[in-house]
Design a protein around this ligand. Structure first.
Ligand code: GLN
Length: 192
């Protein structure tokens, strides 16, 4: 039995809940998906997903509730999408509390105003993938142990380090479950 938590402080939480449940069902994994609002919820999880939203708001709430410390201390796999990617970084171009779980520098709203939101085919895991970018960040620097999973032009938009994964785009807004499958595999590796 694995338990995946979706951080529920702000952002598009329900979409992640839905696709995570569908992915787990399809893979026939005995599991539970729960909303994470407190430190006690974190203690029940084998992995946590941080959705898109407003990273400054989520980071302040994570700090205030003690969830930030609890996630760092628990050392479970974490996936972050869009605002979640920002929160996983060690550095951003903006002063805000971060989890620092992936050795990378992230540029918030990196695609500028005009292209603030767009959909584009990118390549990930060797095939095409519809990337949905909404005021998305990109990764401007990575440490040696970070694996680059996808780029859009010259900009890094998906990375992994250890059991953690981050995407600048929104996998929860597509029917393509590959990113969630990847994360669930990482969680399973840690509970086996
Ligand atoms: N630009 C937002 C931030 O930095 C992220 C946008 C999103 O999650 N769709 O928090």
């Amino acid at each position: 039995m694995i338990k995946i938590g979706i951080l529920d402080l702000q952002g598009d939480v329900s979409e992640h809940l839905e696709i995570t449940e569908k992915t787990l069902k399809q893979k026939n994994v005995e599991s539970q998906v729960l909303r994470v609002k407190t430190v006690s919820d974190v203690s029940k999880c084998d992995g946590i997903i941080i959705s898109g939203g407003e990273s400054t708001v989520i980071s302040k709430l994570m700090e205030k509730t003690g969830i930030k410390r609890a996630i760092i201390d628990k050392k479970i796999p974490v996936m972050g999408t869009c605002a979640g990617m920002v929160l996983l970084a060690t550095k951003t171009d903006y002063e805000q509390p971060l989890l620092g779980l992936i050795d990378m520098k992230v540029k918030r709203n990196g695609f500028g105003r005009q292209r603030a939101s767009f959909e584009e085919e990118i390549e990930i895991f060797g095939s095409e993938y519809k990337g949905i970018f909404i005021r998305a960040p990109y990764v401007s620097e990575v440490g040696d142990n970070v694996e680059i999973l996808a780029k859009r032009d010259d900009k890094i938009v998906a990375v992994a380090q250890g059991h953690n994964v981050a995407t600048a785009f929104h996998p929860e807004l597509t029917d393509d479950k590959r990113i969630h499958e990847y994360f669930i595999k990482e969680v399973l590796k840690c509970v086996e």
